[in-house]
Design a protein around this ligand. Structure first.
Ligand code: THU
Length: 142
């Protein structure tokens, strides 16, 4: 079973390690893969601004490097008063390895703020199913 408090705790810890000299905006992400492992990432900015990487992208890289390719649940933690909802590019990156029913738990440093599905965040996503006979999210298709 998904241990959301453990994922939030892990996201909080990795968020502290974000490299954000330009924005000062720390983001941590924790992905649970279908084998139950947790994969962490933080944002990593760069002096050449467009080369910076979002927390979700870092976590996806960690997950794939660990040998997992299907996301069961997602925790994203940002700061400030607003919801730190995954950016458009990260919605597309997540859709590569998650399905429309995959829960996205959006958090602030204090904890969970809102849970939404990836399909709600990104309806009609273009994904592996468009190109492959069997995409990673086939199980979640209606
Ligand atoms: N950021 C993320 O890490 N994930 C998102 O989904 C939204 C934005 C980062 C990128 C940049 O380092 C900082 O937040 C400010 O945009």
């Amino acid at each position: 079973m998904t241990d959301i408090p453990a994922m939030i705790k892990a996201a909080r810890a990795v968020r502290e390690r974000a490299y954000v000299p330009y924005s000062g905006f720390r983001v941590g992400a924790c992905l649970e893969s279908e084998d139950g492992k947790l994969h962490l990432g933080c944002n990593v900015e760069n002096a050449a601004y467009p080369q910076g990487q979002c927390a979700e992208a870092s976590a996806i890289g960690a997950m794939v490097a660990a040998g997992s390719r299907k996301i069961k649940s997602i925790v994203v933690m940002g700061g400030g008063e607003e919801l730190c909802s995954p950016c458009g590019g990260c919605r597309q990156r997540l859709a590569e390895f998650a399905g429309p029913k995959t829960p996205v738990h959006i958090c602030g440093p204090e904890g969970l703020r809102q849970t939404i599905t990836l399909g709600e965040l990104m309806p009609l996503a273009f994904g592996p199913h468009n190109l492959l006979d069997e995409g990673p999210d086939d199980e979640d298709e209606e």
